[in-house]
Design a protein around this ligand. Sequence first.
Ligand code: C5P
Length: 395
Amino acid sequence: MVGKKIILAVTGSIAAYKAAHLVRLLVKNGAEVQVLMTPSATEFITPLTLSTLSKKPVFTQVIAEHEWNSHVELGLWADALVVAPATANSLAKLANGICDNIVSAVYLSARCPVFLAPAMDLDMWKHPSTQGNVQRLKSYGNHFLPVGYGELASGLVGEGRMAEPEEIATFLAAFFQKKQAFLGKKVLITAGPTYEAIDPVRFIGNRSSGKMGVAIAEQFAERGAEVTLVLGPSKLNPQHPNVTTVKVESAQQMYEASVKHFEKMDIAVLSAAVADYRPANVAEQKIKKKGEGMTIELEKTPDIAASLGKMKRKGQFIVGFALETNNELKNASEKLMKKNFDFIVLNSLQDAGAGFNFDTNKITILHRDNKRKDFELKTKAEVAVDIVDEVLAVL
Ligand code: C5P
């Protein structure tokens, strides 16, 4: 955590007393800590305690008597915003964009990852209003520290205790470490379908959405990699600053873009659903209707994966995909060896909720030594985490 800029936002719960220990731990780990407090947090612990420990003035208001604390500057300054403790009231405000104190104002201005450590009584925590706010905040990409179980300030026993400062500090350290796992690595991803022209208006295509490959690109980018995404026709348009998208249409264009970039790459993940055949001749004009039937002669497209597998030098790593409907393991294992992949991700169309156009997927990873890992049905974003974790584990 050395050199990381962390905003610790303290809101009005009795667990605010633990903020002192958290500041101490973060500072000890090398972080620069700026403390913000809501007015009610100052009823539980004094700003003086937290400013002494953080070695910085604590901000309690957007506009104070003699100062103006720019929530925009603070939001842009931070590498992480940690709200601990996060009360039911503050979660409700953050979930709904209410902006009436320095914590909620900085939250809306922050571009960095946000971590929320709820603290409240068990019934407040269980209440559908609170749980609805938690779900909403999660859907915005915020990270939650799990609440603990035990005796609460009310004397009741249940869920609602704030995570311990040590747990919060460890969670943050692991997060930063994960974010740097692929720093300096270059990753090529192929994704989406290809369209093979028949004439100027018609093509042969497939139902791939590109969702799985884009999720993998974003996951590598999140962890510091510099990603080149060669994307076939898809509605998706990833915006991560570490992802450069090269848009292509046909298998030939995807092949050329992939071969051009591969040499500089450390890792390639070939998730595109590339057409295996294309019309041998593309008509220059729209083909006219005539007769009862028609035949289009097809020729083979280049196999991008096999070509990159041949080009692969020591130190480069290739992940392939196999979408199978029968003899899944045998077919995938043959492709893994034939195309010189380091591991292959098998999707079976026999699994409900897996495959093209779903937001979920169920995969099996097969390694060259026949080691095999089966995963549950998950969202494609979660599957992307599993695939990237597996690359990290092998490397
Ligand atoms: O042989 P099959 O198409 O089933 O192999 C699937 C794997 O090969 C996937 O990783 C896919 O992206 C890749 N592939 C390719 N170029 C092709 C055909 C498949 O890169 N022309």
